[in-house]
Design a protein around this ligand. Sequence first.
Ligand SMILES: NC(=O)c1ccc[n+]([C@@H]2O[C@H](COP(=O)([O-])OP(=O)(O)OC[C@H]3O[C@@H](n4cnc5c(N)ncnc54)[C@H](O)[C@@H]3O)[C@@H](O)[C@H]2O)c1
Length: 374
Amino acid sequence: MATFQTSRGGDDPSALWSDFAAAVPQTDRGGDAPLRYPLAMKILVTGGAGYIGSITVTALEQAGHTPIVLDSLLKGRREFVRERIFYEGDIADRELVRRIVNEHPDLDCTIHMAARIVVPESVEQPYEYYRDNVAKSLELFDELRSLGKTRIVFSSSASVYDLVDDYEVDETSPLAPTSPYARTKRVMEMALEDISAGTDLRAVILRYFNPIGSDPDLTSGGYDREPSHVVGQLMLTAQGLKDAFLITGTGYPTRDGTGIRDYIHVWDLARAHVAAVERFDGILDAVGARSTIINLGTGEGVTVRELLAAFEEVYGASVPTREAPPRPGDAVGAYANVDKARDLLGWRSSLSLRDGIASSLDWGRKRNEILGFD
Ligand SMILES: NC(=O)c1ccc[n+]([C@@H]2O[C@H](COP(=O)([O-])OP(=O)(O)OC[C@H]3O[C@@H](n4cnc5c(N)ncnc54)[C@H](O)[C@@H]3O)[C@@H](O)[C@H]2O)c1
């Protein structure tokens, strides 16, 4: 199988990324919400064997915290758990959640990332999506609440937003989740708002935009053999595994007619979770509420043609393309207003689109040896 060569070149991409990681602060310690926990915290991360979860766990460790991973390995990878504290099981297994809390009574906060996440699959299997993303999350929250573990950071998605004229959405922008997957996320946002209002549970809800890349040391990343997301499609085409990269939708009212997204480096996303758990109480004090929603993006919209140009620059070669009509369910897109994240988390993205592409390419070259792919 062909391997990726990036314009970063060199034989040891991890060395490059280690330098790079050292240059990036964990959180910039600014922002309105004070740090409540300057010391090490213990954090339960559901879905911690998955793509974003495993990288968030790395960021928590690097900030001096102790993550505890709960994952059923429905999708996530054992290789990403490494030597970490790990409970293999379901988020709705109340006995297991009780055992985790018994064994870790000093648990400070839960980051709930475990979910089914594939949009087309959610159209075909709506029951499984509502059961796992909604019903099981409710069991988890109720059990945590009854055990006195009342701080929840929840992974939501920019897919809940409606289209707005200038494509920039803030947390008060209109909503129109269009797939069963997106609706499970919106239902859980509403459930968390209601549960927080009526019980002692509290929630910081993070709406992620479009994560790309790997962790700086190339230990975790995307693990689909045939990734369906746009950067994965570019990589498959560059590798010669697809004959052309399809630009689906060229008649949108954007600056070049193609869809717009906010591609955020997954390492930046992971660092935002460190800020969210460290500032949890201060965030909610600052907004004067028991739950709040925060966008996590870069604040910059990138069209498909702009992404393609950046990819070709980083990759160092052109990629064959073909124009096609939008696929069913395709949306023109959105990018994040990130003022609230800056003010409350003291966080902003610090890595560029090109960094994210280079990271994806480096991970694409490295991942076969970690995941045992041929
Ligand atoms: N990847 C994205 O583009 C994106 C964008 C917005 C939001 N999100 C959200 O971020 C979170 C993490 O996404 P990801 O991309 O890392 O996906 P992922 O599939 O890699 O990770 C999800 C993890 O949850 C685990 N899991 C699923 N159901 C479970 C259950 N019932 N009990 C225990 N573990 C279970 C899976 O095994 C997997 O490891 C999800 O909540 C997702 O909705 C992802």
